[in-house]
Design a protein around this ligand. Structure first.
Ligand SMILES: CC(=O)N[C@H]1[C@@H](OP(=O)(O)OP(=O)(O)OC[C@H]2O[C@@H](n3ccc(=O)[nH]c3=O)[C@H](O)[C@@H]2O)O[C@H](CO)[C@@H](O)[C@@H]1O[C@H](C)C(=O)N[C@@H](C)C(=O)N[C@H](CCC(=O)O)C(=O)O
Ligand SMILES: Nc1ncnc2c1ncn2[C@@H]1O[C@H](COP(=O)(O)OP(=O)(O)OP(=O)(O)O)[C@@H](O)[C@H]1O
Ligand SMILES: N[C@H](CCC[C@H](N)C(=O)O)C(=O)O
Ligand SMILES: [Mg+2]
Length: 557
């Protein structure tokens, strides 16, 4: 274990506070101004303040961070950055203040300034898109290592500096943490940094102060409509990554309709990729051979570039992710041979198409699909490798996009033979309300009688799917992938790992034989009622048909 907190650089590079005031062109107000005062770090969280930090008191959805200025001062903050409302709130803190109209909008450049603009000394890769960011980031990492790079990674599953891992809280951290992490990476000899760039990050200034050498776009489909007012806003937020203030070059998957739009809209040079052969693109995957453990394909690019490639993750969509990574690597200076070699060596990504095998006579897989498009893509990928029935266990997260719930359930009913609806992370919501909203998306025509079951307890739902599986079937547990907990109301998080639960359920069936009657009778078996088809207002992905939203009936058979 590392003996220091890698989230910050060890070496303090004190910057004069008056220098920051000059940089921002605002006076220092409020507390006593020491002309010699210096800053050694910056944070937006009073609970993370270290002596010498600039504390950014930001207006949040719930509270104004400036309300914690006294706590920040007690922890040793050297100064406060805030807005006029925050300055009033922090009046009693005694901290000298820099007051600007939009502190969140300035935080990225300030953090980059405080930490010595680390991104300028690293080769930066930024991956955006609704699905495939984490997977593509791991593949990029593999290719960079094969090219001799020392890598750092910031993303959903983990944050890594060389070989050392720091747990990730979110996909893209706040700007203060991004810049501190990049400075820490630089200090520890990292040459190339790979980051997942969420739309929240772009909208909330988390990656301000970072210009990516190569920006990647995987695809766009419905998600996060709790945060974005429309798909158009979601798209334009992502598209901003492909402008000169944020990147130097774009690599875009044009098999995706939004990707094709982006390739035209981008104001940085762009390389296009297509793994399906359906689109005109600079780089293509040809001779694709899909297998249960991964795929082989030929990479074909401009100027007679050609190489035989493989990806050790099943499904055609992972050929897209791999091709995108390979092309981005070559754009970033890695040779095509090293890129292909490193991507092909990458063993897998935790909780993405991860097979769990205790010797059972059917396939059991854990995957992170938690959008309508990902559920459809996943099931379409598993169908050709399933000789028997395909069963999915699926829930939807609480306090997230509600509109995607019926669409996820609809995709599950249309592309699987059996569906066990269950809880994901209910967070502050009632799990049964989420399940009802999912059920509303399933039309009678999409599911055979008895094919849809509801079991709110995720452990029991996994056991139910396993108990019903026959030789040749595939059971996929979707939506939580690598996650290590299940979140309930009031921030309560119970330890939970789909892979552990699936393994335990499989082991039980192997030893005890099929179905424990209790699990089967407790679940509700749902017969979706014939219903009027109500198209949804958004048709986010031109490839996904609209689905009904009527209420399903329960028969409790
Ligand atoms: C919508 C959103 O992103 N909200 C983020 C936002 O929360 P907020 O505005 O509600 O903050 P708040 O709780 O009102 O607090 C205001 C300020 O006071 C500070 N504070 C608060 C309490 C305290 O004791 N001390 C203190 O300093 C907070 O640090 C914050 O700066 O600022 C907080 C502090 O930075 C974030 O934790 C919070 O992310 C929440 C937890 C979140 O879940 N965000 C998710 C949806 C998210 O960002 N997801 C994306 C996309 C995922 C993907 O598709 O891959 C991601 O990048 O992970
Ligand atoms: N290129 C792709 N196209 C469609 N679906 C994909 C693609 N790549 C991955 N998926 C699906 O999306 C799921 C999530 O993949 P991954 O974790 O790589 O995406 P992500 O963009 O990082 O997601 P998140 O934003 O939640 O972190 C996978 O488990 C798989 O089901
Ligand atoms: N990055 C995504 C992950 C969702 C994973 C799923 N298990 C859920 O909780 O909805 C989010 O925060 O929206
Ligand atoms: Mg991710």
């Amino acid at each position: 274990m590392p003996n220091r907190d890698l989230r910050r650089p060890a070496e303090a590079r004190p910057q004069p506070l008056t220098g920051l005031a000059g940089f921002l062109d605002v006076p220092l107000t409020g507390g006593p101004s020491d002309p010699e005062a210096t800053l050694t770090g910056v944070t937006h969280d009073s609970r993370a303040v270290r002596p010498g930090d600039l504390y950014a008191g930001l207006q949040g959805e719930h509270v104004h961070g400036a309300a914690f200025a006294t706590q920040a001062a007690e922890a040793g903050a050297a100064a406060l950055l805030t807005d006029p409302a925050g300055a009033a709130l922090a009046a009693g803190s005694g901290l000298p203040a820099l007051v600007v109209a939009d502190p969140r909008g300035r935080l990225g450049e300030i953090a980059a300034w405080v930490y010595g603009r680390p991104a300028e000394h690293l080769t930066m890769y930024g991956v955006t898109g609704t699905n495939g960011k984490t997977t593509t980031a791991y593949l990029l990492d593999g290719g960079l290592r094969a090219g001799g790079g020392v890598t750092g990674m910031i993303g959903t599953v983990e944050t890594r500096i060389g070989e050392e891992v720091v747990p990730s809280v979110r996909t893209t951290p706040e700007a203060t943490d991004v810049q501190a992490l990049l400075a820490s990476m630089l200090e520890r000899g990292v040459t190339d940094a790979v980051m997942e760039v969420s739309s929240h990050a772009l909208a909330l200034g988390r990656v301000d102060g970072t210009v990516y050498d190569v920006a990647l776009f995987t695809n766009l489909s419905q998600d996060h409509l709790d945060f974005h007012p429309s798909m158009e806003d979601y798209f334009l937020t992502k598209a901003d990554l492909f402008t000169p203030r944020r990147s130097r070059l774009g690599v875009i998957d044009v098999d995706d309709a939004y990707g094709r739009r982006l390739a035209k809209l981008a104001s940085v040079p762009v390389l296009t990729v297509s793994a399906t052969g359906d689109q005109d693109a600079d780089w293509r995957a040809e001779n694709v051979e899909l297998g249960p453990d991964g795929s082989r394909f030929t990479v074909v690019g401009p100027d007679c570039h050609k190489a035989e490639a493989r990806v050790r993750l099943a499904g055609p969509f992972n050929v897209s992710n791999a091709l995108l990574a390979i092309v981005a690597l070559t754009a970033g200076g890695v040779s095509l041979d090293d890129a292909v070699e490193g991507v092909g060596r990458t063993p897998g990504v935790p909780g993405r198409m991860e097979r769990v095998d205790v010797g059972q006579p059917f396939e059991a897989v854990v995957d992170f699909a938690h959008t309508p498009d990902a559920v459809e893509t996943l099931l379409r990928a598993l169908r050709p490798v399933t000789s028997g029935a395909l069963t999915i266990v699926l829930g939807a997260g609480g306090d997230r996009d509600r509109a995607k719930r019926p669409l996820m359930a609809s995709a599950a009913a249309r592309f699987a033979d059996a569906v066990v609806l269950t809880s994901d992370n209910p967070r502050s919501e009632d799990p049964n309300t989420i399940l009802d909203e999912m059920l509303a998306g399933i039309r009678a025509a999409d599911a055979a009688p008895g094919a849809v079951l509801v079991e709110p307890d995720r452990v029991a739902a996994i056991a139910l799917a396993v108990d019903r599986a026959a030789p040749g079937d595939t059971v996929v547990i979707a939506g939580k992938g690598h996650e290590q907990g299940q979140e309930f109301a009031n921030g309560v998080k119970h330890p939970f790992d789909d892979r552990v639960e699936l393994r335990a359920a499989l082991a039980r069936t192997m030893h005890a034989g099929p179905a424990s009657p209790k699990q089967s009778t407790d679940a509700r078996i749902v017969a979706p009622a014939p219903s009027t088809h109500t198209p949804t207002s958004e048709t986010p992905n031109p490839g996904v048909p609209a689905t009904g939203t009527s209420r399903a009936e329960e028969t409790n058979q």
